[in-house]
Design a protein around this ligand. Structure first.
Ligand code: PAF
Length: 280
């Protein structure tokens, strides 16, 4: 595995990997790699070509200085994890490399970026899309591999790729969960033991919705959202939003549309913001 810090060197390595004619899969991350990231890398490797992973804690997508400062970092462990996973190139640029002095451009995917996560964290998706587009332009992969835990991010990036006629296929990987059901997230490392136990109510709420839809035939969003509010009304947890939305447009739905719905939840557990979702 080659560890690369400069854009020029990353481009050169990516060109060499592309010259094999095989797929070049790219997995962008913000480091603090966990089993969920390893699953993304596994999926990327499964495409049968080379794999580039980037690790960059992107300041542009943080809307709060403290959140950026507290974001978990473990560069040595991440590098080893990528090496062990058989990654071909590991791109770890500095902030100055990605955003040199005078950097002015940003990418905004319209109204999709202002809902849910975008409403709670204004400017967040502008940062995500800007860095993802920049990384894609550096690596020029055939495939971009992202987790489906960040459902809104996934939808917005798909929209950006379509709008800008990007020649890259987006591959979504289902959320990886701990044995007790908590969706893996780098932020879980910031939870205390009690907060972690409390955070399980998010997954329980999503399961409850599945039960109500599948076993009781309840499709009315109002009723399902009420069930989420009850299930998450517990110590340490403050629900930020729960939404039942069309998977493509992210528009709220009055009724669950089987096969095309996301149930989105964001909650603060102590000071740690967690998101999760399920598809119905
Ligand atoms: O999902 C993430 O980890 C980040 O938003 C991403 C896609 C790596 C962009 O910084």
């Amino acid at each position: 595995m080659e560890l690369i810090q400069q854009i020029g060197k990353m481009r050169a390595k990516a060109r060499a990997l592309q010259s094999t004619g095989k797929p070049l899969a790219f997995v962008p991350t913000m480091g603090a790699l966990h089993k969920g990231h390893l699953r993304l890398i596994e999926r990327a490797k499964g495409l049968g070509g080379s794999v580039v992973v980037s690790s960059f804690v992107n300041p542009m997508q943080f809307t709060n200085e403290q959140d950026l400062k507290n974001y978990p970092r473990d560069p040595a462990k991440d590098e080893k994890a990528c090496r062990d996973a058989g990654v071909d190139a590991y791109f770890v640029p500095s902030v100055e490399e990605i955003y040199p002095q005078g950097f002015l451009t940003s990418v905004n995917v319209g109204y999709l970026s202002t809902k849910y996560e975008g409403a709670s964290r204004p400017g967040h998706f502008r940062g995500v899309c800007t860095v993802v587009l920049k990384l894609l332009n550096i690596v020029r992969p055939t495939h971009l591999v992202l987790g489906l835990k960040d459902a809104q991010q996934f939808t917005i990036i798909q929209h950006m790729l379509d709008d800008l006629s990007m020649d890259v296929e987006l591959v979504g990987v289902p959320t990886v969960r701990d044995a007790d059901g908590l969706a893996l997230s780098s932020r879980n490392a910031l939870l205390t033991k009690d907060q972690r136990a409390a955070a399980l109510c998010i997954q329980r709420a999503l399961k409850r919705v599945h039960f109500l839809v599948k076993k009781q035939g309840i499709l009315h969003s109002g009723e399902l959202l009420q069930a989420i509010r009850s299930a998450t009304n517990t110590e340490h947890v403050t629900l930020d939003y729960a939404a039942i939305v069309n998977r493509t447009t992210l528009e709220p739905l009055d009724h669950v549309m089987r096969g095309g719905t996301y149930i989105l939840i964001a909650a603060k557990v102590g000071d740690v913001r967690l998101i999760d979702n399920t598809r119905i």
